[in-house]
Design a protein around this ligand. Structure first.
Ligand SMILES: [Zn+2]
Length: 130
């Protein structure tokens, strides 16, 4: 699912999506856009297979079970996201991870990350839904 990090005016975040996820997980928000002053947001679009439909989500909160040090040590960076469907206002949970590819660069994982049950509970607590 493509991730875009932008402010409400459409100015793009000048960093990686992985760093935006880390900042949201650790600080609870992203900095304000230097061009317009509105906060950056993480937005996700999801094409529904077999249809021409695309769902749009905004990230409300992010949980990371790993510290930045553990991410570097293990070369694996898993996240759990709390999303809101911008059309229906439904709340959803999504998972994503980054890992180091053959070129030594951080890249999206292409399949859902394997999660520990305790991470789900910690994420729900961070999202305020436990
Ligand atoms: Zn802006």
């Amino acid at each position: 699912m493509p991730i875009v990090v932008a402010c409400p005016q459409g100015h793009r975040w000048n960093g990686t999506k992985q760093r935006a996820s880390r900042e949201l997980a650790e600080k609870g928000s992203l900095p304000n856009c230097s061009a317009c002053g509105f906060p950056f947001r993480l937005q996700i679009s999801h094409d529904i297979p077999g249809t021409k439909k695309t769902n749009q989500y905004e990230v409300l909160a992010v949980f990371s079970p790993y510290s930045a040090e553990k991410v570097e040590a293990e070369k694996w960076d898993p996240y759990i996201y709390e999303l809101v469907d911008t059309r229906t206002n439904d709340r959803l949970i999504w998972t994503q991870y980054w890992t180091v590819n053959r070129k030594g660069k951080w890249a999206y994982g292409q399949s859902p990350p394997i999660l520990e049950p305790a991470w789900i509970n910690a994420a729900k607590q961070q999202f305020g839904i436990l």
